[in-house]
Design a protein around this ligand. Sequence first.
Ligand SMILES: [Zn+2]
Length: 169
Amino acid sequence: MMSFDEFRAAVLSTDDPEDKKRNKELVERYPFLLPRYDWSQEPLEDYDYGFTNLDDLPKGWVKAFGLQMCEDLRKILVEANYLEEYRILQWKEKWGRLTIYSGGYPDEIADQYNAWEDKYEKLSTQTCIGCGKPGKIVYSGWISPWCKDCFYEHYGNDKNYSEWTKEIE
Ligand SMILES: [Zn+2]
């Protein structure tokens, strides 16, 4: 059976040299984007820049605010001299919201870190996971933010966006 990391690599890996070059630049500027094994936190063996941790997020989010989010986080970490130590254990979409599990950070930057996390969690719930345009949470079996266009593409024209994006009390 494939490990999760192998599975992820197989799904997301790019062979395009331009993409790999870009991924390498990303990982150099944002070391927390370097993929690591869950259990040891060592970098993946034979890693060839085919993907980064950014690929764990929905493509709409990456497009809309992915790089700004990394840049903002980088600034905070640099302030505490913690850029190389900081680890994203996992970040993903959960119930329509960006959810981040980190390896921790120094107390001195806790306020800035929490403000950063709150900002992007909130923004994520208002950003279409498909294309990155402003969106609303759709309450179907899967709770995710979609814009109107992607909603109809995804769910079909017989559904009603206004109905499905109503808050559930
Ligand atoms: Zn969309």
